[in-house]
Design a protein around this ligand. Sequence first.
Ligand SMILES: [Zn+2]
Length: 321
Amino acid sequence: MKTGVLVGIDLGGTNVRVGAVNLQGDVLAWAEAPIEASRGPQVGLARIGALIEQVLGTVGMVMPLAIGMGATGPIDRQRGSIQNPYTLPTWEDVPVVQLLQERFGVPVALENDADAAALGEAWVGAGRDHERVLMVTVGTGIGTAFVYRGEIYRGIEGAHPEAGHIVVDPRGPLCYCGAHGCWESLASGPAIARRAQSLARDTSTLMVELAQGNLEAIDARVVVAAAQAGDVLAQQIIEETAFYLGLGMVNLMIAYLPDVVILGGGVMRAYPVFAPYIHQVIQQHSVVAPLQSVRLVMARLGGQAGVVGAAYAASKLIVEG
Ligand SMILES: [Zn+2]
């Protein structure tokens, strides 16, 4: 059996996290730092290189077996570059994979960060021991990823499927993508906040109190807290959001029939509040397919999922190579 460690990198727009991960998926060492994208990729890559050396030093290694990076997408896997002008504006067309390969002399894998997180959860997190793992992340948007027998499902040209833009209400609000009633425009954190802010204007509700009278400060967290305290309007918003959350999930569950749906992201931390309504929607659509057998589980790796999944992607390179 091979010994040694993998390096997993989770590169976001603000911070980069690096872990030394063994072949069983345990994180043995961890380091993170701001990425400061505005200072350019040279500064960023030098910092990533230093963090890699730091975690390897912690576990007493000089070289990793392979390196994997999950980056805030979109990414170009063919060219090994990150193409995200919004979160990593200076990094476009920089051959990140090639540069890391040259510096460390080992194979380097590059994944979209949502795919990396799903791979991590499927490997040693909430999807462990399951063949068909669907991950749904609800936060600022809604992201999904499907892992089948340890492999991430890729779309045409290697593209990452964007199920957050499945239409769940054609008469719904306009999404930035140009369509009306996309799943994420009705059920993401900002969607919950928008609905709450417009309704709180004309009604007396605990939400305004919790936001210290500032309507703009009403966010998904405030809505959840008010609903839990018995506020009727907040409970209505939760119910409506849960309906759309459930509808989007049912669409994907019917299409994929996964063993588990892993729920991640900030909004899903309040899953118990949404759960009864989500289950109702799922039940209503269970006639044609065994949806009741699909387990809905919370993500388990938290902030480490991306690093662990990137390490998993790296491990594939040593098996293949
Ligand atoms: Zn959309």
